[in-house]
Design a protein around this ligand. Structure first.
Ligand code: NAP
Length: 430
């Protein structure tokens, strides 16, 4: 028997388990610090993107396989160390994602009212770590820094009416606080131009169909239309949306302004964020942005930086600080220790990108592990955890949590999530 532990139950973890599980004589343990599985699908993907979240059904199929086990509410680093897992299992695969924000390194970034997207996204998705965030929504202006899909998610969620959350699984605290929000002007700040955005067409197009909010693009920021021919097809579609926003401004009570060539240089305010100072930029031949010295201010009581994520380092595991991921050679970190998904390649690509990534790392693991080295595996972990008084949450337990969430859903919504670990554990006991 060969024993594999996967740390992290998000997309990369379950795609890896999906391939491993098809091999003979294998037992796969998927470990997560939360009592609930699916990582980014549950707490990262936007609550109004249920079609993307539906992929969790596929992961459920893997989780229910005889040779796969969910080991929830077990913290690697606290309840069990990486070293212990490597001793117990033939292979340990880190699928821990990139849940930390890349730091926004400008004066004023530590003021109250300046929030990273990990916290804001976690808040509206009910991640227990961010349920008490209470983002300040009392001022009309908000600055969203970054030109990726996360910036789009954040701007859209801020701009939607309560009715537009129908059919989503946005959590009650976010639903209520957003319904009472005074936010009317959202600025999406890109330090480069329309041809350098990292936004995909479907997500960008959604901004054109919001009930009370309309996107605005300054036509002067757009490059000559003929230059679009040089773009790859997806980018071309995205830029076509920006051109349409520029050409057809629609008057609605909430505005979403795309501020291109706009580099944040400071956040100011009396004890909390009140405005963001932005420097206009130009691009050099390599398309890098450079400040021009010309600045302007945008009123913003809330600043959300959506400038990318990092994998949290784990003591003893080699780490590449510049890239914010584990140091690895195509997935191999150290003998018996691997990484996959965002923890391997950094925070890029869609959920689907993790499928071939997971399959490839699983094949590599199977080849390296051979028939297994007679390690203690699953029973060994159980003994160790029991000796420490740690009782893992099983997949059957999770299904009880899930049933309670589904039962509590508002009409037409898929679920009403528990937002604290205590409430999740209580739902198992009921
Ligand atoms: P991202 O796509 O890497 O975008 C990060 C943005 O932040 C870029 O526009 C970048 O600009 C900007 N940025 C970085 N450092 C900055 C700084 N110091 N000051 C100002 N701007 C800065 O990251 P993301 O939006 O977090 O998304 C992560 C991944 O998740 C992406 O692959 C994304 O497509 C995916 N995702 C997908 C969906 C979906 O499919 N619906 C939803 C959410 C996320 P530069 O280009 O100038 O560096």
């Amino acid at each position: 028997m060969r024993h594999v532990a996967i740390v992290g139950s998000g997309p990369a973890g379950y795609y890896t388990a999906e391939t491993l599980q098809k091999a003979d004589d294998i037992a796969v343990d998927v470990i997560d610090r939360l009592p609930v599985p699916y990582g980014l699908i549950r707490t990262g993907v936007a609550p109004d993107h249920q079609s993307i979240k539906a992929v969790s059904r596929r992961y459920e199929g893997t989780a229910l396989a005889d040779n796969v086990r969910f080991v929830g509410h077990v913290s690697v680093g606290t309840d069990v160390s990486i070293g212990e897992l490597v001793e117990l299992y033939d292979a340990v695969v880190l699928a821990t994602g990139a849940p930390n924000d890349r730091p926004l390194d400008i004066p004023g970034a530590d003021l109250p009212g300046v929030i990273g997207s990990a916290a804001f996204v976690g808040w509206y998705n009910g991640h227990p770590d961010f349920a008490d965030l209470n983002p300040p929504l009392g001022a009309a202006g908000v600055a969203v820094i970054g030109n990726g899909n996360v910036a789009l998610d954040v701007a859209r969620i801020l701009a939607k009416t309560p009715q537009e959350f129908g059919g989503s699984d946005i959590v009650a605290h976010a639903r209520d606080q957003l319904a009472a929000s005074a936010v009317r002007h959202v600025h999406i700040l890109g330090r480069r131009g329309p041809h350098q955005i990292a936004m995909t067409p479907k997500e960008l197009g959604e901004l054109g169909h919001l009930e009370r909010a309309s996107p605005r693009v300054d036509p002067a920021d757009l490059p000559p239309e003929g230059d679009d021919a040089l773009l790859e097809p997806g980018m071309r579609k995205s830029v076509t949306h920006l051109r349409s926003f520029a050409a057809n401004p629609v008057a609605k009570p909430v505005t979403i302004d795309f501020d291109f060539f706009a580099m944040p240089v400071a956040i100011e305010g009396d004890g909390h964020a009140e405005r963001i100072i932005v420097e206009r930029t130009t691009l050099d031949a390599e398309l890098r942005s450079h400040g021009t010295g010309e600045t302007y201010a945008i009123d913003a009581g809330l600043v959300i930086s959506c400038i990318g994520y990092q994998t949290p380092p784990i003591p003893g595991v080699p780490y590449e600080h510049g890239r914010g991921r584990f140091a690895n050679d195509d997935g191999r970190i150290l003998p018996g220790l691997y990484c996959v998904g965002w923890a391997r390649r950094g925070p890029s690509g869609t959920i689907g990108t993790n499928k071939p990534d997971g399959a490839r790392i699983a094949e590599m693991v199977l080849e390296d592990v051979g028939r297994g080295a007679g390690k203690a595996g699953r029973p060994g972990l159980d003994t160790l955890l029991a000796s420490r008084g740690v009782t893992p949450v099983t997949f059957a337990d999770w299904r009880r949590i899930e049933a309670a969430e589904v039962a509590a859903a508002l009409d037409g919504n898929p679920r009403e999530k528990f937002v604290s670990v205590e409430a999740m554990l209580e739902a198992i006991e009921r």
